[in-house]
Design a protein. Structure first.
Length: 204
């Protein structure tokens, strides 16, 4: 996409003092400022994919009487290649993680027999609030791991962290295993469906 857009913007970049002014001038002249590309997995000639790696450890507290969950601590280490702005990347990681935490813990979609949503607002559909953010939230970025096919060696920073909420799910399930064992229910496998609402946890 950059290779397609750069020649279109080149005349404007030569005339205008700033990037913003060049883009504004090109837009005024109706120059296309979007480009798309396709990857042919059978051909493979334009292959430029990369993997973003991360690891997370989570500590949770589960109230076995009410089914409520509190995320006490989360530690994340993420490989984002060469960071363009580490503070922005960490903010993106935290935001992506908390969004997924909402899907995991509180955001329950309910519909009636006709398919009409029953929870149309945040009073019924519980998005994460300040109280759902981990009490201690530590995010670190892996050093010296440039991405050879990324822009300036970087990698995506928001959505990849969402999968790390699996550590919260497994921590909750391990806590429930411990509670079940202490109450004579043994350690047999059990299904634990998301979202992990108090009602869901109380049912197991």
């Amino acid at each position: 996409a950059c290779k397609k857009l750069a020649p279109l913007l080149a005349p404007y970049r030569a005339k205008e003092p700033t990037w913003e002014a060049a883009v504004a001038a090109a837009n005024k002249d109706k120059v296309p400022l979007m480009a798309s590309g396709w990857f042919d997995y059978q051909n493979g000639s334009n292959h430029s994919s990369y993997a973003t790696y991360g690891a997370a450890v989570s500590e949770v507290m589960v109230d076995t009487l009410t089914g409520e969950v509190q995320v006490d601590r989360v530690d994340i280490l993420m490989d984002l290649g060469t960071q363009l702005d580490a503070a922005v990347d960490i903010g993106q990681l935290q935001g992506g993680f908390v969004i997924a935490l909402g899907h995991l813990l509180t955001e329950e979609l309910k519909v009636d027999a006709s398919g009409t949503p029953l929870n149309m607002g945040t009073w019924e559909y519980k998005i994460p609030s300040a109280y759902d953010i981990p009490v201690e939230f530590n995010v670190s970025l892996l050093k010296d791991s440039p991405n050879p096919v990324g822009i300036k060696g970087s990698k995506a920073s928001a959505e990849p962290a969402m999968c790390l909420t699996a550590s919260v799910y497994l921590a909750v399930k391990n806590a429930i295993y411990a509670a079940r064992s202490e109450n004579g229910l043994g350690d047999a496998w059990f299904a634990l469906h998301t979202p992990l609402t108090p009602a869901t946890i109380a049912s197991v």
